[in-house]
Design a protein around this ligand. Structure first.
Ligand code: S3P
Length: 430
């Protein structure tokens, strides 16, 4: 399915953004590792989360959808599945579940996925798990894991990856040995927060070497109710559209504003975007707030490598904002973008060029030479990447000519209602 975004209409109103993808994966997986029932409110319903739910069911875990839309996970009692576990397009599913299973004596499984996932690096997870004593190896799926009682580890999380940190923490739940992760640049801490919600214990210390994340002695989890806030990575698209389309004013309620996720919004503010946060509150251990973005003139930005983990999935959206700024933007430290669902760095540069915006990727730095206005009028190759598709449709709404994306089906991995939500704000996407 292709989609075309046509410029001209301002975006106004409240955007109904679904639950956060990272937290949704974790709620299902940790709920399945806990004893008893975990009731999840606001779970994202998308292909990636479906992949996690199906994968957990393959281990014998029961999952139901209640009449009110909540999801209920009946935790405990994992057994080995009969067939390879298909993680679809989802790196988080594969990496977190490999960690979980590695620490479960007597449970074993082989993990696989779609063509994009089969091409993504896994050694970053299998190497530290093997150092803990796990029966696991290899850099590409399919990968077999044989669960056992593991030893401890002290792992330096470089390149910065929340998935790697989470895999180690989940593996560590099955041992009493010391499990420590040192993060020179901190990454999203949703696993740590949710482990605390379910009765686990994770300590965090700020040291000269970085943040030291450590499992405490309480490592058995109890099911409970969890509520998931709106996903800042999905909200990025309507909110960048609001910042770039003249006359726009868009609100997202209850969005996760965990500071390890808000790099895009801080950068947009530094670019002169009109952003208002209100009603900050805590929900299931996470900070959420209402966020309102109105159109304004944007300046170019400079983003250093240490800022990237807090906006790793938002770089395509940020690149679109930079295209509309007048001047040269520089975003550094993007090597990891080449190992996402596609080579995102290459896809951003090629897409911007097709839309008449000069951009270069030099090593792991991205330069975008904005002129305050963007021609558009292009057909974008998404390379099967949901965030590239949504980013260039967003660009099309503020450009001079419509933008078409060649394949929009993958948007369902993270934000199935993207088109409806954008249309409800007044966007012309067909
Ligand atoms: C995620 C961590 C990030 C991010 C991914 C989700 C997570 O990946 O890009 O979309 O849920 O932990 P890395 O851990 O590979 O940086």
């Amino acid at each position: 399915m292709k989609l075309v975004a046509t410029p001209g209409s301002p975006l106004n109103g409240e955007a109904a953004i679904p639950g956060d993808k990272s937290c949704s994966h974790r709620a299902l997986i940790l709920g399945a590792m806990a004893q008893g029932e975990t009731r999840i409110h606001g779970l994202l319903e998308s292909d990636d989360i479906e992949a996690t739910a199906r994968a957990i069911e393959a281990f014998g875990i029961g999952i139901d959808r209640a009449a009110d839309g909540d999801w209920i996970v009946h935790g405990g009692g994992w057994r080995s599945p009969d067939a390879p576990v298909d993680c679809g397009n989802s790196g988080t599913t594969a990496r977190l579940l490999m960690g979980a299973v590695a620490g479960m004596p007597g449970v074993s499984a082989t993990f696989t996925g779609d063509a994009s996932l089969l091409a993504r690096p896994m050694l970053r997870v299998t190497a530290p798990l093997a150092r803990m004593g796990a029966k696991i190896g290899g850099d590409r799926l399919p990968i077999a894991v044989g669960g056992m009682r593991l030893g401890g580890i002290e792992h330096r999380n470089v390149p910065a990856s929340a998935q790697v940190k989470s895999a180690i923490l989940l593996a560590g739940l099955g041992t009493a040995a010391p499990v420590q992760i040192v993060e020179p640049i901190p990454t999203r801490d949703h696993s740590e927060i949710m482990l605390g919600q379910l009765g686990g214990e994770v300590g965090v210390n700020d040291t000269p070497e970085g943040w030291v994340v450590e499992l405490g002695q309480k490592r058995s989890l109890q099911g409970r109710e969890l509520s998931i806030g709106a996903d800042p990575s999905s909200a990025a698209f309507p909110l960048v559209a609001a910042a770039t389309v003249p006359g726009s004013d868009v609100m997202v309620r209850g969005m996760i504003v965990n500071p390890l996720r808000t790099g895009l919004y801080e950068t947009l503010e530094a670019m002169g975007a009109n952003i208002e946060l209100s009603n900050e509150r805590i929900q299931s251990g996470e900070i959420i707030a209402d966020i309102r973005v109105r159109h304004s003139t944007l300046r170019p930005c400079e983003v250093g490598a240490e800022q990237i983990p807090a906006m790793i999935d938002e770089v395509p959206a940020l690149a679109i904002a930079c295209a509309f700024a007048d001047g040269e933007s520089l975003i550094e430290g993007l090597a990891e973008l080449r190992a996402k669902e596609s080579d995102r760095l290459g896809a951003i540069v090629a897409g911007l060029a097709a839309c008449g915006v000069a951009a270069t990727a030099d090593g792991d730095s991205l330069r975008i030479f904005g002129r305050g206005r963007v021609r558009g009028g292009a057909r974008i190759a998404t390379q099967g990447d949901h965030r590239i598709a949504m980013a260039f449709l967003t660009l099309g709404l503020a450009a001079e000519q419509p933008v078409e994306v060649d394949e929009a089906g993958m948007i369902a991995t993270s934000f199935p209602a993207f088109t409806e939500v954008m249309r409800s704000l007044g966007a012309d996407i067909e």
